[in-house]
Write a protein that binds this ligand. Structure first.
Ligand SMILES: Nc1ncnc2c1ncn2[C@@H]1O[C@H](COP(=O)(O)OP(=O)(O)OP(=O)(O)O)[C@@H](O)[C@H]1O
Length: 617
């Protein structure tokens, strides 16, 4: 039985919703949010009350409700018990009012993907209980308030806004790798020292930010103006620059000497590429690694060719700052697998950096197209998309370098080693939701460039050291319609046949592939023939109304709720609809999965025991 909430609080909630969705026509009649029902009756959309009494509102999650109004912080902060407020992916405009400072109990504030503008109120820094703040993908401008005051803040996502000024002195150690992100803003000034897990990835896209660990070093502080008596500083500066120039010349000369042929017959034109030979024959040390693969050398047979280090194009990743082509080729490499599109090697550099190098075979795409794709992929970033680190491209050879992800792939987690991890239902849902969200973001950014993933499958979903899922090889391949006859009815999208490109369908191919991944998560079954076998089996079981039979039994026995699994199954079945036009958009899928994830989380959010992997709010 629920006891009625204080009328004032109810009134405040209704007012909050009135401002968020102006005009009653906009609001769905089934949402509740009126004075005649109780917020804790379970009839108010997106309202979750605190257990066990069920008399106070603990969480409000209205993500993707198409809200177009403004944020009435004064009203919502009258709900003293509110700890989680999530309004992601709406069209809310205006600014965050100063009254937000009165929401003293807030631990999670998610406002991403709206049309918020103006500067952030200083009162945000009074939310001393705040742990996670996400204001990304809005139009906020101005300087950041004194957020480092909030000592428990472990997530700060502010990417893709117009924020400016200096980044205040956060204790970066508090943030895991993808939990701090200020990319694509107008911040300026130095970032002195990045402790802990953060890298330059959290800061790129701010042309005026600088620092030793970012891609732009800070300019030397201006030398004092020379006085009439003392002109030493300018001489000092001159000698420093001269030193750099001499050092540069020495490096260039030594590299040139290294590559100039010594007493060797002159090579024929075209040998440059021939020299890059990857020997992946199994050797004595086969099966050394946990993957059971062969050890091999990704090495040039001779270095005397005219290949210069500059042929390796290093992108903005700080990981590869000093990376040279010859480092790659000299380093020992281990063959991790040979896929349809080439072989993949684990390469350990002298510096200890571990990379994954993909050697692409038979890809009918021009050098220019390869370049422009890779440059584009370097610009469009998302924390759940593994960015390329560098690439090499010639007529015969295309190498693509990524950071090696030591926690393996989704495929391995599902079907091979679980490294002691229990891959429970909540974690699976969380992985699915984050993949969908990342893809939806990429599709939005890359729609005009017509770059979909093209080869989405569970071996391309990797886990970083914090077990966050990240999608690898985005945009690398064009899906092969010959191999996917079930998809090709309306489709022609090889890049060397641009006239046939149908962007819409290219993205819909990924949606199909994503549906197959969902089926893998739900059933735990292996996929063959691009998923057609699994899709057919699931379809027939569902037709016979034995739906529950398809689910992974272990999940059900661990307590996963059948109706929640059915919800995810419906999303999967929509994705694998044989007619591409009937498949949902990735944005729609992302919103739906996020809602499913939140429902799951809210059912356990007051029981923090047993949470594993990124299965958290
Ligand atoms: N950056 C990486 N770090 C760690 N492992 C990786 C990385 N990229 C891929 N892998 C793993 O290496 C193995 C081989 O990858 P590869 O891309 O060659 O195979 P594939 O994706 O199955 O085939 P295809 O070339 O057709 O896409 C896979 O198990 C994959 O999960």
């Amino acid at each position: 039985m629920s006891i009625s909430l204080d009328e004032d609080v109810k009134q405040a909630l209704v007012q909050f919703m009135d401002k968020l969705s102006p005009g009653s026509s906009q609001r769905n009649i089934n949402w509740g949010w009126n004075m005649s029902s109780d917020p804790c009756s379970g009839q108010w959309a997106g309202v979750y009350c605190n257990y066990p009494e069920n008399v106070s509102v603990g969480k409000i999650a209205l993500d993707g409700y198409n809200l177009t109004g403004v944020f009435d912080a004064g009203s919502i902060c009258m709900v003293n018990s509110l700890t989680i407020l999530s309004l992601k992916q709406n069209q809310i405009s205006g600014s965050i009012p100063e009254e937000i400072g009165q929401c003293k109990e807030l631990t999670h504030l998610y406002l991403s993907g709206n049309k918020f503008s103006g500067s952030l109120p200083n009162s945000l820094s009074q939310l001393v209980n705040l742990k996670r703040l996400d204001i990304s993908d809005n139009n906020f401008n101005g300087e950041l308030p004194d957020l480092p005051r909030i000592s428990g803040l472990v997530t700060f996502l502010a990417q893709n806004n117009h924020l400016s000024g200096k980044i205040p002195n956060f204790d970066f150690e508090n943030f895991k790798k993808y939990e701090f992100n200020v990319t694509n803003n107008n911040f300026s000034g130095p970032i002195l020292y990045l402790q802990g897990h953060l890298t330059a990835d959290s800061f790129f896209g701010n042309s005026e930010l600088c620092g030793e660990q970012l891609s732009t070093a800070c300019p030397p502080s201006p030398a004092p103006l020379p006085s009439a008596e003392d002109s030493t500083p300018s001489y000092k500066g001159f000698f420093i620059y001269l030193g750099y120039i001499i050092l540069g010349v020495v490096i260039v000369l030594s590299l040139a000497l290294k590559f100039i042929p010594k007493n060797k017959p002159k090579k024929e034109k075209g040998d440059v590429e021939k020299n890059i030979i990857v020997d992946d024959k199994p050797s004595e040390s086969s099966n050394e690694s946990g993957f059971g693969v062969n050890r091999s050398d990704l090495s040039m047979t001779s270095l005397e060719s005219a290949v210069t280090p500059s042929t390796l194009l290093v992108l903005t990743s700080p990981l590869a700052k000093e990376l040279q082509f010859e480092d790659l080729l000299k380093a020992p490499a281990e063959l991790l697998g040979r896929g349809k599109h080439g072989s993949l090697y684990k390469v350990v550099l002298n510096s200890g950096v571990v990379l994954a190098v993909k050697r692409i075979k038979d890809w009918g795409i021009s050098e220019e197209e390869f370049h422009s794709r890779l440059q584009k992929m370097d610009q469009v970033r998302h924390p759940n998309i593994l960015p390329p680190v560098a690439f090499y491209c010639s007529n015969q050879e295309k190498l693509l370098v990524y950071e090696y992800q030591q926690k393996g792939s989704l495929f391995q987690l599902l079907h091979e080693l679980q490294n002691g991890h229990k891959f429970d239902w909540g974690s699976r849902l969380s992985v699915a939701a984050s993949i969908a969200k990342a893809l939806a973001y990429m599709y939005k950014e890359l729609h005009e460039d017509k770059i979909a993933h093209g080869n989405l499958k569970s071996t391309n979903i990797l886990f970083d050291r914090n077990m966050n899922a990240c999608i690898s090889e985005y945009g690398l391949m064009e899906a092969d319609k010959e191999e996917q006859p079930y998809l090709s009815r309306t489709i022609s999208f090889k890049n060397n046949n641009p006239s046939g490109v149908n962007t819409h369908d290219t993205f819909k191919l990924d949606v199909y592939a994503f549906g197959v991944i969902l089926l893998e998560l739900l059933t735990g079954k292996l996929v063959q023939n691009n998923g057609t076998d699994l899709a057919t089996r699931v379809h027939s079981v569902v037709r016979e109304e034995w739906t529950v039979e398809v689910f992974n039994k272990a999940l059900l026995s661990e307590g996963a709720r059948e109706e929640r699994m059915v919800n995810l199954l419906h999303v999967a079945l929509n994705c694998i609809n044989p007619s591409p036009n009937e498949r949902p958009s990735m944005n729609h899928i992302a919103v739906t999965l996020n809602t499913l994830k939140q429902e799951e989380e809210s059912s356990i959010s007051f029981d923090t025991s047993g949470i594993y992997m990124g299965h958290q709010l």
